[in-house]
Design a protein. Structure first.
Length: 361
């Protein structure tokens, strides 16, 4: 069967919207018709080489849709089932999984090797970027990459749960472990940042400060729960301390992945504060600290992969927040686009514009 997809022909090359061949699922695989797919900054990082991906590849890793066919051995899903795509399924047997840290699974991306031969363009094999290749009308994935969609959440909204919301929610609740009454600063008001702002509100944060380079994002940030909005500058840490009785916030969540932003987030926290880095930066982004300040400030700096989430555990929790109205998925989306709109969405992300663009099929 032929479907339309967004193909990355080579690292650094523009995406090509083209037709590809996609056969029936093999053993242990399912075929999914996409309802929607979010355009994530990680897809941009894959296209420009910040993150490694074999090419040519079909990008897209945040999506939801309906199962249209299952391969041999798949018993937990059937045609007609709604699913959320999980780009990092855990193997359950590696050292990280044995410790319960499934977000660090050593074999999470191995599934791509099992399905790459099943996609072709002009006879050439294509790889699924981050396992699931959601930038396509339909995709074939390992059954482990398809989680039952939570009831009561439309599939077009549920697509956001697969990355942006899990990551932003997990950064606040699992990595930073924000407690009621604490103050939080979120650096970067994109899709993940907006999810982090909402999650800080759900956690009961008393003051929630959004930081971004764009003044146009203030309305989005405040709608997501921000009590304050700060335009990013060299004086950002000083501005945040001024708004927190000269102490700094309890928690900073960095969703940009740049050395200057990570450093600003660190400096914006109080003595003993916590900084969680969600943004994915390149190897050239070097962050430096001196030994004395590490001792004096007593701060904690931690990385955060996939929100330190277990999707099977956390998706039902997030769905409960959605159904109760505490989590507004539609507020994360600033633009609904067709498949052809993904290149322009990449340009907007590069320029720091907008929140989450959502491809609706």
């Amino acid at each position: 069967m032929t479907v339309r997809a967004a193909v990355l022909p080579a690292i650094g090359s523009p995406l090509e919207i083209t037709e590809i061949d996609l056969p029936d699922p093999g053993p242990g695989q399912v075929r999914v018709r996409l309802a929607a797919a979010g355009v994530c900054h990680s897809d941009l990082s894959l296209s420009n080489g910040t993150l490694r991906v074999p090419v040519p590849a079909v990008l897209g890793h945040e999506g939801a849709g309906t199962v249209v066919a299952v391969g041999d051995g798949v018993t937990h899903l059937a045609p007609g089932d709604g699913v959320v795509l999980n780009w990092a399924p855990s193997c359950g047997t590696c050292p990280a999984c044995a410790l319960g840290e499934v977000w660090l699974c050593a074999n999470a991306l191995n599934g791509a090797a099992d399905v790459h031969a099943h996609r072709s363009r002009d006879g050439a094999e294509l790889y699924p970027g981050l396992n699931v290749a959601a930038f396509a009308q339909e995709t074939v994935v390992s059954a482990a990459c398809a989680l039952p969609a939570p009831p009561g959440v439309p599939l077009t909204d549920a697509a956001l749960l697969g990355c942006a919301v899990l990551t932003g929610y997990g950064a606040v609740h699992h990595s930073a472990r924000v407690r009621p009454g604490e103050s939080v600063a979120v650096f970067g008001v994109g899709g993940v940042g907006l999810a982090a702002l909402q999650s800080a509100r759900i956690a009961g944060a008393s003051r929630i400060i959004a930081v971004d380079v764009s003044p146009q994002k203030e309305e989005l940030a405040r709608a997501a729960g921000a009590t304050d909005y700060v335009l990013a500058s060299d004086d950002t840490p000083r501005e945040i301390r001024a708004r927190t009785a000269k102490q700094g916030v309890d928690v900073a969540v960095e969703c940009v992945g740049r050395a200057v932003t990570i450093r600003a987030a660190w400096e914006s926290t109080r003595r003993g504060g916590r900084t969680t880095v969600v943004g994915i930066g390149g190897k050239d982004q070097q962050v430096t600290f001196n030994a004395l300040e590490i001792f004096h400030w007593g701060r904690t700096l931690s990385g955060c992969v996939y929100g330190n989430c277990d999707p099977e555990r956390d998706l039902p929790v997030l769905a409960g927040h959605v159904r109760s109205g505490r989590l507004d998925l539609t507020a994360l989306v600033t633009e609904h686009i067709a498949l052809d709109g993904i290149p322009a969405a990449f340009e907007n992300m590069s320029a720091g514009k907008g929140g989450r663009a959502l491809v609706v099929f």
